[in-house]
Write a protein that binds this ligand. Structure first.
Ligand code: NAD
Ligand code: MG
Length: 392
């Protein structure tokens, strides 16, 4: 039995992971879960899977433990960031699924890395914030890092089996082609984007996801974060990554080789595929995903990303080039700006403005210390709130 700790069990990735495990319950056991909001849902997860451990926010721990007793669950409750770290690093855990959204996932994901776990990474923000430190820790502690972000998982599947992070050139790799759906506002001009609502922004055409990543997909910041994620995962520079808008989301990304070959991974847009792939790798298990029917699928089309109407992609690219703490600053400003947009405190187009201003106001430092990164994250959040305050 492979024991899984699922951080962010109540979220969209969490639900997809539970579904894959449900279908393969002779091989995988839900050993630990965490949830931040929607604790009623976490309670039903505990009733169904009876995990040994569950982690909730400190303020909810006593009541949650009580509710578990009432329904006859023997799950033990942990709480707070320390609890999450304990879940992720527990000696009985084989696989950690990092599916918390945003910077809140950084410390628990790093705890899993330092414990040398096999980590299924959905929480791209953790890697964006702390790239160098994160990858160094993976190496030092012998952790196995497998991406479940669909694009990165696709690239991973298209790379040579014995892919080494050391050199693209030696392996004949020319370029990574990172696909993007273009989000709900593909083709829209800047003027039209001024008045879009949170409801429009979270209605993604192809994928059903949490609210934050849905807004990121609409601004193209998701592709920007993914570009940084790919740079760290595969040890490349942004110049070696081409963003390709592919509205049907059937190709999930590609690798272009020196000899002219381009390898692609295709499938219906369903996160259970990359989750199942990474859970079982190098084997294959059932994911519950409908087989791809090419005869009835729409024509596959490709276009350039509109970086004028959607400046977030380039802001991310620039932050990676600036290096040091800049990506952590970008990420923090984005989290605050997305939240403010969802609360209707700023316009959609002001998300990019907030990030740009915060980056300009911030001093970039070398990112070789976790405490420094966390304090830069806090600082960038304060700056972002100040910038937002000045919009009114
Ligand atoms: P979601 O909002 O549906 O779920 C987020 C999870 O994180 C929930 O379980 C929530 O309780 C937990 N959480 C939120 N704030 C927390 C906090 N402060 N402390 C601890 N836990 C907290 O989000 P999602 O769509 O499942 O995305 C999760 C991560 O996976 C994100 O980093 C996202 O970018 C990435 N991702 C998601 C998809 C997708 O299809 N949903 C695809 C690729 C990558
Ligand atoms: Mg993705």
């Amino acid at each position: 039995m492979i024991r899984v700790a699922l951080l962010g069990a109540t979220g969209s990735i969490g639900q997809s992971t539970l579904d894959v495990i449900r279908r393969n319950n002779e091989q995988y056991e839900v050993f630990a879960v965490s949830g931040h909001q929607r604790l009623t849902q976490l309670l039903s997860i505990c009733q169904e899977f009876n995990p040994s451990l569950a982690c909730v926010p400190e303020s909810a721990a006593a009541e949650f433990q009580q509710q578990l007793r009432v329904v006859g669950c023997t799950t033990e409750v942990l709480c707070g960031t320390a609890g999450l770290e304990q879940l992720a690093a527990g000696s009985q855990v084989d696989v950690v699924v990092a599916a918390i959204v945003g910077a809140a996932g950084l410390l628990p994901t790093l705890a899993a890395v330092k414990a040398g776990k096999r980590i299924l990474l959905a929480n791209k923000e953790a890697l964006v914030m702390s790239g160098a430190l994160f990858m160094e820790a993976v190496e030092r502690h012998g952790a196995t890092l497998l991406p479940i972000d669909s694009e990165h998982n696709a690239i991973f599947q298209c790379l040579p089996v014995d892919f080494s992070r050391r050199s693209f050139v030696e392996q004949g790799i020319e370029k990574l082609l990172l696909t993007a759906s273009g989000g709900p506002f593909r083709g829209w001009q800047r003027e039209a984007l001024l008045s879009v609502t949170p409801e429009q922004a979270v209605a993604h055409p192809n994928w059903s996801m949490g609210r934050k990543i849905s807004v990121d997909s609409a601004t193209l910041m998701n592709k920007g974060l993914e570009l940084i994620e790919a740079c760290w995962l595969f040890n490349v520079q942004p110049e070696a990554i081409q963003v390709v808008v592919h509205p049907q989301s059937i190709i999930h990304s590609m690798v272009s080789y020196r000899d002219g070959s381009v390898l692609a991974q295709l499938g219906n847009p369903d996160m259970r595929t990359p989750i199942a792939h990474a859970l079982a790798w190098p084997e294959r298990i059932h994911a519950g995903v409908k087989p791809l029917d090419l005869m009835s699928s729409a024509a596959l089309t490709f276009e350039q990303a509109d970086e004028t109407a959607f400046p977030c992609l380039n802001l991310a690219r620039e932050a990676f080039r600036l290096g040091g703490t800049a990506p952590a600053t970008l990420n923090a400003a984005n989290e605050v700006a997305v939240e403010a947009f969802l609360e209707r405190r700023i316009r959609f187009t002001q998300i990019a403005e907030v990030i740009d201003r915060v980056l300009n106001l911030s001093k970039i430092r070398p990112a070789n210390d976790l405490q420094l990164l966390l304090s830069e994250d806090r600082l960038a959040r304060q700056l972002a709130q100040q910038v937002i305050g000045q919009f009114h």
